[in-house]
Design a protein around this ligand. Structure first.
Ligand SMILES: Cc1cc2nc3c(=O)[nH]c(=O)nc-3n(C[C@H](O)[C@H](O)[C@H](O)COP(=O)(O)O)c2cc1C
Length: 261
């Protein structure tokens, strides 16, 4: 027997909303009401979660002082201080470990696998929160910088062992309506039954549209690069930076008790 949880009309509205997604980085000076935030968080926490353990915590930052403290951890991206709400999503085994100990059960979660498990839980909630927020007309921006300077965020948000921030969302009422950005063609990212590795021609074809967009060409020219790929490798996501931040994150995982101790 098949149970339909949504009507066809609601299904279509949901798909339309997902297809209309765009990151919002400019927010109006308008408060997101607590009741609305709570509704969005309730919906977010309905995301599937490993073993129904809910291995995440969400830290709400609303105070100006809190946002100002967090801003440098996100390389002073203006969204942090301008958004009505900043949410830091953390992989969290602390709460579950405490429950186990209280109930005479020995937790075995001080390992890397458990971090990945909890990080997946946290990211699923973050994406549910994103979809819920957008359905209410709010704008959202993820901040990948969370895992770069996680140690500082841990200090500021007073995160105990077993808790690691994995992503941040800034949320507010949109004050811009940006053009949608491109995606690779669906057939370039979907494989039938097994992974089909790419020929050079398929790689060229996958990136063709993106490389020929006016904004991409502008990026390349502005940065004095030969190709769009070089903008990524030489400017946006450089190897040296990746290695430095990677080592910092490994130290954080060790300190927070996720390195097979
Ligand atoms: C994990 C993650 C981290 C991101 N980090 C940042 C960020 O630090 N700053 C920013 O302006 N946008 C950030 N973004 C937004 C992406 O740049 C954006 O999703 C992408 O360019 C596609 O644009 P769209 O969301 O409008 O489709 C991040 C997105 C994700 C999923």
């Amino acid at each position: 027997m098949v149970f339909y949880l949504c009507s066809d009309k609601n299904d279509e509205m949901m798909i339309d909303q997902l297809l209309a997604h765009r990151t919002i980085r400019k927010y109006a000076e308008k408060h997101v009401e607590d009741s609305l935030l709570r509704k969005i968080l309730e919906a977010g926490c309905r995301a599937s979660t490993t073993g129904n353990m809910q291995l995440y915590s969400i830290i709400i930052t609303r105070d100006e002082a809190g946002k100002k403290a967090l801003a440098p951890c996100h390389f002073n991206q203006p969204m942090v201080v301008n958004a009505s709400v900043v949410l830091t999503f953390c992989a969290d085994f602390n709460r579950f470990n405490k429950w186990c100990k209280l109930r005479n059960a020995e937790p075995g979660y001080d390992n890397f696998l458990s971090f990945v498990t909890a990080a997946i839980d946290a990211l699923l909630v973050a994406q549910n929160v994103t979809v819920a927020a957008e359905s209410e007309g709010l704008g959202v921006c993820y901040l990948g910088t969370t895992t770069y300077l996680a140690a500082k965020i841990i200090d500021i948000l007073k995160l105990p062992a077993g808790v690691v921030p994995v992503t941040t969302l800034t949320i507010g009422w949109p004050d811009e309506n940006p053009e949608q950005v491109d995606r690779l063609p669906l057939d370039s990212v979907v494989h039938q039954e097994t992974y089909k590795d790419y020929t050079d021609e398929e790689i060229r074809s996958a990136w063709c549209e993106k490389e020929n967009r006016a904004d991409s060409r502008m990026f390349v020219a502005e940065n004095n690069k030969e190709t769009l790929a070089q903008v990524f490798t030489d400017i946006r996501y450089k190897k040296n930076d990746n290695v430095v931040f990677s080592n910092m994150l490994l130290e954080v995982l060790e300190k927070q008790g996720f390195m097979n101790q």
